[in-house]
Design a protein around this ligand. Structure first.
Ligand code: ZN
Ligand code: ZN
Length: 141
């Protein structure tokens, strides 16, 4: 159900990530359930789990919202605030960085993102440099 090589987990549901724990809060905070509580010990637990789940699932608007709360739009690479900041996977999805929590996201400005993408592109080319047609495409960059 979880595919680390995809940026969106279409089939993932909340119960899969947070199965009900008999007598205890499903967010794994360790609190005991009381009274009529069936799954969550508090509203906060429910909200926290839902946000974790949405990030894990790849919900980009929630990822951006949470990332902004943490980084306030400041680029993690150059440290400068940018209105057009982007949410970036630290470990790329192509390397298994999908289905992650906020720890694998960083705020990056469009300028640094361009450089990062280019670096990755060249690293990729280097790894495949025996390929003649790939070499030719370096000249076209
Ligand atoms: Zn809890
Ligand atoms: Zn930057």
């Amino acid at each position: 159900m979880i595919n680390k090589y995809s940026r969106y987990q279409a089939g993932l549901n909340l119960n899969y990530l947070y199965p009900t724990i008999e007598g205890f809060c499903a967010c794994r905070c360790g609190q005991k359930l009381s009274g009529k509580q069936k799954k969550w010990a508090s509203r906060e637990c429910n909200d926290k789990a839902f946000i974790e789940y949405a990030i894990f699932k790849g919900n980009s608007s929630i990822i951006r919202e949470e990332l902004f709360k943490r980084d306030n739009g400041f680029c993690s690479t150059c440290g400068v605030y940018n209105d057009n900041w982007q949410a970036d996977h630290i470990l790329p999805v192509s390397k298994g960085g999908g289905a992650c929590n906020l720890d694998n996201f960083q705020t990056i400005c469009p300028h640094c993102h361009k450089i990062k993408t280019k670096d990755q592109y060249f690293a990729h080319l280097k790894a495949n440099s025996s390929h003649a047609s790939v070499k030719a495409s370096i000249l076209l960059w």
